[in-house]
Structure formats: C-alpha cells, structure tokens
Design a protein around this ligand. Structure first.
Ligand code: OSB
Ligand code: MG
Length: 382
C-alpha cells in the first residue's frame, strides 16, 4: 500500500458558504447537428442549471443529465426533485464540504443531482476567494488535451468528413460512436483513410457477450480503447470480455463512484476509465477516482455530456488533476452550439490544446441576454 496524500483533504475542509438565493433554470440550446448514439439521437441540449447568489456574487452549476433516461436513469426531472426535496435541505452554511458530501450519501445514487450542488458551491467558494476553480482544487494551471466525440453518421462519407475536419484541427484523439451493425466496416473506413490518428470507439452498451467474435474483429484497427461495449450496468461481464480482447476496454456508464472503479480494476474489467464528474457525484469523487487509478496504473480521461459552457468549464478545470493522462471528450463549443450561454467559448490552439479559462471561478461568464433567450423555465427555490 502506498501512502498517497488524500487528493481531496483541502477541498473537504472548506466551509459551505452562506447562500442568499437559489434558482433552478432550465435552458434549451439547439445543437448545430443531431448527435447520434446507439441509445438515442439528441437534437438539442436541455440543461438544468443551478444559480447561487451570495453577497451579490453569482455562481453556477450545471446538471449533466438529459431530459430523458436513455444515457442514465437520472433526468432533469429527477435531478430537480432530488435537489429541491432532499439535497437542498442538507446544505447548511458552516459545515465542511466533506460533511456535506457525507450528508448527501444518505441519498442513494443521483450523482448528477449531487454534483450540481457540489459544483455550484465550489464555484461560489472559488469566486469568493478570487481563485480559479483548479486552484481551489489544489492544482496548477496547465493546458488541457482536446478530444472529439463524433456521433453516428448516416454514411461512411459523412463520418470520414467529420474525422477529416477533426484531424485538421489537431484534436488529441477522435472517438467515433458505434453500434451493432455499424461498427467493423465503419472503423475500417476511418482507419484506412487515417492510419496514424489516435482513434477509439464508444458503443454505449450496445453489445452482449454473445457478440465477442464481432468485437474481437475491432482488435486489428489499433484502437486506443473501446468504451462501454456491454451493458450500462455491468462490470463483471466486461472482465470476461477484456480477457478476450487485445483492445483496452474503457468503462463509462458502469462507474458511479470510487467503489465501482475499484471493483472494475480488481476484476480486470477495464484498463481505462472515463470519469464524468456528474455521473460520479461531483468533483471530489472525481479527484478520488483519478488518484486511485493513477496509483493502479489505470489511465483516466474526462468524459463529456454535451454540456453548455458552464459544465464544459468544470470539466476543463477538473482535467488539471493528477491521473487525467488521456485526452477526454472536451471539444470546441462550435462543435455543439452556434451560440452558447457563456463567454468565452472553448477553442483549440494551433497545437490542438485547450487553455483553462482565465480568472476566478470557472473563468467563464454567463451572458444574461443569451440565458434569457435560451431559458425555458426558471424556478426560485430560495
Ligand atoms: O457516452 O460519452 C458518452 C454524450 C452524451 C451522452 C453520452 C456520451 C456522450 C458523448 C459526447 O460521447 C461527449 C461530449 O462531446 O460532450
Ligand atoms: Mg461513453
């Protein structure tokens, strides 16, 4: 056993700030193009946002759930319910963030709802202290690797065009969605045209162990990994599959916290983990998982949920943490929205890297007119 310092001790010790006002705002932003996966095709982003106001300072958190339960059981509706009726009553100024997290554990699951509150509070604390979020997490600034997630396309030609545009921008790696019947030949087409790129595939749980022969055919393409090939709720069968594949398995949907990550690693169910801070219940649990993986030789990257600029900025700050060794699903704002609700948008530099937004807190500003334009509901809960 190593004696690693806790990656969250300083964050856990922070006191929950007093909050004067809390609003839940739902926004709907059209995507520039539909985003297709094996489970659903989304045409817009409907996000539940939490706005905290304290002493004239406003801080935001974004819930990564969708309006539907197709990626995760959590939805914007369940998150609103859990936040209003169960989490918000536990938020008491003066208790530590660690104590608040322990209180939240009384609520089983609902990590996305928990993360929304935790992230908004950490954002507020960073603003009050006048430091960037990554510094509040105890991490120095650094450039973040980029990565693009390309949805299912109607034709191989459209897929190749999307990959070509991403290669031109120097994305750190390219992920393509696959599903049963839209896999081997589509990956082959990309690989033949772009032999040298860092490429991976995400199945969003579309296969079963009965498909092992088909999945084994992906081994010849030198993929960095295959993400969540089997069921969204499985760990054990992935351990059987990983033994049959040369390609590394990466788990996304199955990992809801450190205990799942530890179980997956102990079973050999994956060699890589996708951390979505919302899915695992917030930034503190993300830091723990990343640190644990670093100590166990498991690579980690930050997933994305097509977030608005609020959640996207959180994911960028998180990637300064120890353990985030691979490019994540962090791509340019323009890949999703013509106009986001925050400024500045995420852009890649000439090397395909991403700068951390400058300034205290998230380093991005919610633009009031755009928020009003995109808001579909506004509820004051305090
Ligand atoms: O499986 O990683 C996934 C988007 C929505 C739901 C699930 C997933 C995704 C993505 C896109 O792959 C990530 C992003 O670009 O933010
Ligand atoms: Mg995924």
């Amino acid at each position: 056993m190593t004696n690693k310092p806790s990656p969250t001790a300083s964050v856990e010790a922070l006191a929950v700030p007093r909050v004067d006002r809390i609003d839940l705002v739902t926004v709907r932003l059209p995507f520039v193009a539909p985003f297709g996966t094996s489970v659903y095709t989304w045409t817009d982003k409907e996000a539940l946002l939490m706005r905290l106001e304290s002493g004239g300072v406003a801080a935001w958190g974004e819930c990564v759930s969708d309006p539907d339960p197709f990626y995760s059981y959590e939805t914007n509706g369940t998150a609103r319910h859990i936040i209003k009726d169960f989490l918000f009553p536990l938020v008491e100024p003066g208790v530590t963030m660690g104590e608040l997290e322990a209180r939240f554990r009384h609520v089983r699951g609902h990590g996305m709802a928990k993360a929304t509150v935790e992230n908004a509070l950490l954002h507020l604390l960073a603003l009050q202290k006048g430091v960037p979020l990554h510094a509040l997490l105890g991490r120095p600034a650094r450039k973040i690797m980029s990565g693009l997630s390309i949805g299912l396309k109607e034709t191989p030609a459209k897929l190749l065009a999307a990959v070509e545009a991403a290669v031109a921008k120097k994305y750190g790696r390219i992920k393509m969605k696959i599903k049963k019947g839209q896999d081997v030949e589509w990956v082959r087409a990309v690989r033949e045209r772009f032999p040298g790129i860092r490429l991976m595939a995400d199945a969003n749980g579309d296969y079963t162990l009965a498909d092992v022969d088909r999945l084994r055919r992906l081994d010849e393409f030198g993929l960095m990994m295959i993400e969540q090939p089997l069921s969204y709720s499985d760990i054990y069968e992935h351990s059987l599959l990983q033994k049959e594949l040369r390609t590394a398995v990466c788990l996304d949907e199955s990992i809801h916290g450190l205990a799942d990550a530890a179980a997956a690693i102990a079973l050999g169910a994956c060699r890589i983990i996708n951390i979505k801070q919302g899915r695992v219940g917030g930034l503190m649990e993300s830091l723990r998982i990343a640190s644990y993986c670093a100590g166990h030789g498991v690579d980690v990257w930050s997933g994305g949920m097509d977030e608005t600029g609020i959640g996207r900025a959180v994911n960028i700050h998180l990637q300064t943490a120890e353990g985030f060794t691979l490019p994540g699903d962090t791509s340019e704002t323009a890949n999703y929205f013509d106009e986001d609700i925050v400024d500045p948008p995420v852009v890649l530099d000439a090397d395909g890297m991403i700068d951390i937004p400058k300034g205290p807190g998230l380093g991005v500003r919610v633009v009031a007119e755009r928020l009003v334009k995109r808001a579909v509901s506004w509820e004051r809960i305090k």
